[in-house]
Every structure is written in C-alpha cells, then in structure tokens.
Design a protein around this ligand. Structure first.
Ligand code: ZN
Length: 256
C-alpha cells in the first residue's frame, strides 16, 4: 500500500467511532498548522441528532489530519462519539472551538469534510449554500482546482462533481451546518465537501458502525488527497494576496 494510504489508516485507527470520550479527553481534537486554512471533520465519529445515534463519516477525520500534515493547514476533527451533532445544532462545543481557532489563528477559509454513501452517482458534492458561503472568486478557484485534479460536473461517476444540488451545505433553515455557522456567523469563507466512500475509505475498520466490509478505490483516494492538498494551497495563496481581500481579480494563483 502506498505510504499516504498507510498513514491515513494509521491516523484513522486513532478514532473510536462509538466510544464516548474518556476522562480528560474531548469529543474532538485540534491539530495546529501554519496556513490560514482549517480543515474540519465534525462527523469523524458517531454523533447524536434528535436523540438518535448517527453513524460516523469514516475516514474524514483521518483525511483531515493527513491533508493538514501534507499541506500545512490546521485540522479540527471529531474522534469520539458525540452527544450532539456539530453540523446541526448551534451553540455546541465544536462550534465554540471553531470560533476560538478561527480568531486565534486568523483563519480565512474552512473546508468542511463529510462522507456520503458509495451508491451516490458522484464522487464529490460541493456545498456552498448556492454561493452564499464564499465570495464568487473562491468558488471559481475551487472549481478550477477540482478540474485540475480530474473532477468535473460532466465527469463519469467517481470523477463527477455535484455542485450545490444534493448537499448544499445549508440544508434548510433549521440546520446550522458548519458551513453556515462559519460563513454567516463568523464572516469567514467556507465550503462543504462530501466525499463518496470510494474516495476516502481505504478499508472499513473493525470498529465501524457499518458492518459490511468495504474497500475504496486506492487510486481515487490518492487523487482525493492530492485534490484536498491542492485546494488548501490554492485558497491559502489566494487569501494571502491583498488584492483578493479588496475584491480584485486574482491572476497569480498557480496550481501544483
Ligand atoms: Zn457528515
């Protein structure tokens, strides 16, 4: 197995999907980086909505950590069972941590990672609340980076990107998604990225909620890692350019 995938499995193995935090632990962890970008994985472990336990988006915590290590982004990820749902309820500890981290590290962009089922007819769903969660320049840049790594609206199954249709990042007014909270309450650009299981689950771990064995597509997982690292670098470079903050078009973003 490729080194990245081995590292991804090792990082994901530290997540205990259905165990509550032990004494002295939190439901989530923060891994500091050195760029003005945060990768968030609020469903890295099982979580609770309306009193019911919802299963984890497995390998999103591992991916957030690995891509943060490779790119220099910060990472905030759920790693123990949560008594709440950080992507649904307002005023929960995960959101308090987001607010504090964004302020302290002057974060300019949040990528909120989620996982969707293997049967979906796309590889990636991008949710920008139909353009409300980030300036148009960022949206264009993200679509350009996706295209660079072979993901596009007209692509075949796992290479296909669904833009603001299936998962918009702001699903109804009752749900305070991380994307909604970061963009509307904190005024920082954010986007939700839903990854098909084939793009993230190297192999389903024994502690997973889902019992059926599953193995993703190793080449597509590697491509997804390249994409996420590329996205972090592109938005970090973009955010650091003064002209962008003033709303001028940017001409010097290069893709690796
Ligand atoms: Zn999720």
């Amino acid at each position: 197995m490729n080194d990245w995938l081995q590292r991804l499995v090792a990082l994901e193995s530290e997540v205990e999907y259905k165990s509550p935090p032990r004494r002295g632990e939190g439901e989530f962890c923060f891994q500091p980086g050195n760029l003005a970008v945060l990768i968030s994985a609020p469903h890295g472990a099982a979580h609770t909505r309306h009193g019911r336990l919802k299963e984890e988006d497995d390998f999103t915590a591992g991916l957030a950590r690995l891509c943060a290590e490779l790119s220099g982004a910060h990472a905030l990820y759920a790693w123990r069972k949560s008594s709440t749902d950080p992507n649904y309820y307002p005023d929960v500890p995960y959101k308090h941590a987001l607010r504090e981290i964004i302020r302290r590290y002057d974060i300019r962009f949040v990528l909120d990672l989620h996982g969707c089922a293997a049967y979906r007819d796309f590889g990636i769903a991008l949710g920008s609340m139909r353009g409300e969660s980030l300036p148009p320049d960022y949206r264009r840049l993200i679509l350009k980076v996706l295209h660079h790594y072979g993901f596009r609206s007209g692509g075949g199954w796992l290479s296909r990107v669904d833009v603001d249709r299936t998962f918009t990042g702001g699903n109804g007014s009752r749900q305070e998604t991380v994307t909604r909270f970061v963009s509307q309450c904190l005024g920082v650009a954010a986007v939700q990225i839903e990854l098909n299981s084939y793009l993230r689950v190297v192999r389903r771990l024994p502690q997973a909620s889902e019992r059926d064995p599953f193995e993703g597509d190793p080449l597509m997982i590697e491509r997804t890692i390249h994409l996420l690292v590329g996205l972090v670098r592109a938005v970090a470079r973009y955010a650091s350019i003064d002209g962008v903050i003033k709303g001028k078009p940017n001409k010097i973003v290069e893709l690796d």
